[in-house]
Design a protein around this ligand. Structure first.
Ligand code: SF4
Ligand code: SF4
Length: 291
């Protein structure tokens, strides 16, 4: 590595989740994931992904030693990325990351110790941000989001929430790039749930191409029909994300563009508060308006 390039160590932990967030980010189109992980993300700044359970080459004690080394020697310099919720019931026994002295170490313990010493934490995906699907009722494993977990343990490391089930790769890459360029976001750049307003600043409903149907009260009664998808369960009127403008899969399409209602995957309380996905909301009418 060129000595004139600043290197930012990154530790990526996975908890209660499906690894879909990793899959989504690994499919980043522009920049490619190779650009993100191997090249300079921006001139003079390079991300050094030191630990990632799915894609790292190391394993066993060798890999765990990287966690110890980063926590000890790069204190306050590294970014911790958490994917998946944090199981907290029974002292977090439902998820472990390696061993210390021959005993399993819980994800809860790793998140707390690595998190307390990190420059910042990115809670990637709705599970890490808000608990997501693993925290759905009745939540026997006590799954919680990172911010919530930190609050109960008095850890004040900044947490940036990038929800989504999965999150869009641009939301992740854009957030990392903005940290490398200008440092951590100012409080006013995040919404009340710790999400960057750059990506989560407006309702799906505000930018939806079917909005004219909604305003004219033309509602689809079956999937595949033209019309607003409100009666088919669309949660776009209570969901903040830029999907209608950004589109998915390299700009090919997005949920509503493919005739599927928005299921509110970026919102706190997902999936319980937006369930059933394909049932019309009665209690969550759009702000300031009657349907
Ligand atoms: S309710 Fe859904 S489909 Fe209808 S305009 Fe709003 S976001 Fe679009
Ligand atoms: S349109 Fe809604 S359900 Fe689809 S990815 Fe965006 S926020 Fe999630």
């Amino acid at each position: 590595m060129n000595k004139n390039v600043d290197e930012y160590p990154v530790i990526w932990l996975q908890g209660a989740g499906c690894t879909g967030c990793s899959v989504s980010v690994l499919n980043s189109v522009s920049p490619t994931i190779k650009n993100v992980l191997i090249d300079e993300v921006i001139p003079g700044k390079h991300v050094n992904l030191r630990f990632h359970p799915t894609i790292m080459a190391g394993a066993g004690e060798l890999a765990i030693e990287v966690l110890r080394d980063t926590q000890e020697h790069r204190k306050g310099e590294y970014i911790l990325i958490v994917e998946g919720a944090v199981p907290t019931a029974e002292d977090g026994v439902y998820a472990v990351v390696g061993e210390e002295d021959g005993k399993p170490v819980t994800l809860l313990s790793r998140v707390l110790s690595l998190g307390a010493n990190a420059m910042a934490v990115i809670a990637l995906g709705t599970c890490a941000a808000f608990g997501g699907i693993p925290s759905g009722s009745p939540n026997p494993t006590g799954c919680r989001g990172v911010m919530d977990t930190f609050e109960t343990h008095n850890i004040s490391t900044p947490v940036i929430n990038i929800p989504g089930c999965p999150p869009h790769p641009d939301w992740f890459v854009g957030t990392v790039a903005s940290i490398l360029i200008g440092g951590l976001p100012e409080p006013e750049e995040l919404d009340e749930f710790g999400r960057p307003k750059l990506f989560f600043g407006s309702l799906i409903h505000e930018n939806c191409p079917r909005r004219a149907y909604y305003d004219e009260r033309k509602f689809a009664k079956k999937l595949g029909e033209p019309g607003c998808l409100y009666d088919l369960g669309c949660k776009g009127s209570v969901t903040y994300a830029d999907c209608p403008l950004r589109l998915w899969n390299g700009g090919v399409n997005w949920c509503i563009g493919n005739n599927s209602p928005c299921i509110g995957c970026c919102e706190p309380g997902f999936p319980d508060v937006v369930s059933p996905f394909y049932a019309k909301m009665e209690e969550y009418l759009p702000q300031g308006g009657e349907k």
